[in-house]
Each structure stands twice: as C-alpha cells, then as structure tokens.
Design a protein around this ligand. Structure first.
Ligand code: AMP
Length: 112
C-alpha cells in the first residue's frame, strides 16, 4: 500500500535501521525503543494486523516466528517478549502487521 508507513519502510522508500530482510519479511529497530533491544518484524505483503491473518496468507507469520527465533539466537537473547497489538485500544499505532521483539530488561505481567 503506497500510503502505508511500514510498506514504505520495507520497500526502502523510508529509511530504517535494518536488522534482517528476506523475500517475505523485513526486520528493523523501533524508532522509540521500549527496551535495550527493541526491533519490529513485518511481512512485506500488507496486512493490517493479526486480525487479517488467514489460513491462506498465514505462512508469512510462521516464517516470521522462525526468523524471530533465529535472530534472537544470533543476538544472544536468552529471554525476550514478542508482542503484536491489534487495534487502537490495544495500542496499535501503525496499521501494518508487526511483531515487537523486546529484550534486555525485566518485564512485568500483565502488560499495562
Ligand atoms: P504499535 O504501536 O504496536 O502499532 O507499534 C508501532 C511501532 O512502530 C512503535 O513502537 C513505534 O515506535 C514504531 N515506529 C513508528 N514509526 C517508525 C519508524 N519510522 N521507524 C521505526 N519504528 C517506527
């Protein structure tokens, strides 16, 4: 989607601090980190959020989780949290599916 921030980041039209990229997904550091390590992993194909994932388009999500596991191992992250906010009340501010990967500090539960 031409007016989508994260589509434009994945396409290299808006600069970002890249962590990883392949044909299905793009990972980059969050511009406002909430932990010592905070990056986002997004599918290149636009989906607004988890609420649009289906059996037909969900392969990218499984792939993204395999990428997250691999990146976490490569970064030496022993403990981390993966978060996806769906909808404004849950805190979603960018309507392109993304998974936050947060690590490097103590975390509380439940999240606020
Ligand atoms: P959410 O609020 O769950 O939708 O997450 C969106 C995240 O995107 C927030 O943590 C923002 O800090 C982050 N963000 C917004 N714009 C950018 C950008 N240009 N580069 C990197 N991260 C961004």
């Amino acid at each position: 989607m031409s007016d989508c921030l994260f589509c434009n980041i994945a396409a290299g039209k808006i600069p970002s601090k890249k962590v990883y990229e392949d044909e299905l997904c793009y990972a980059f550091y969050d511009i406002a980190p909430q932990a010592p390590v905070h990056f986002l992993v997004i599918p290149k194909a636009h989906l607004a959020s988890v609420s649009e994932v289906t059996e037909e388009n969900g392969a990218a999500v499984g792939h993204i989780f395999a990428v997250i596991a691999r990146l976490a191992k490569e970064m030496g992250l022993e403990s981390y949290r993966v978060v996806s906010n769906i909808g404004e009340q849950a805190g979603q501010s960018v309507p392109h599916l993304h998974f936050h990967v947060l690590s490097g500090r103590d975390m509380t539960w439940p999240p606020g």
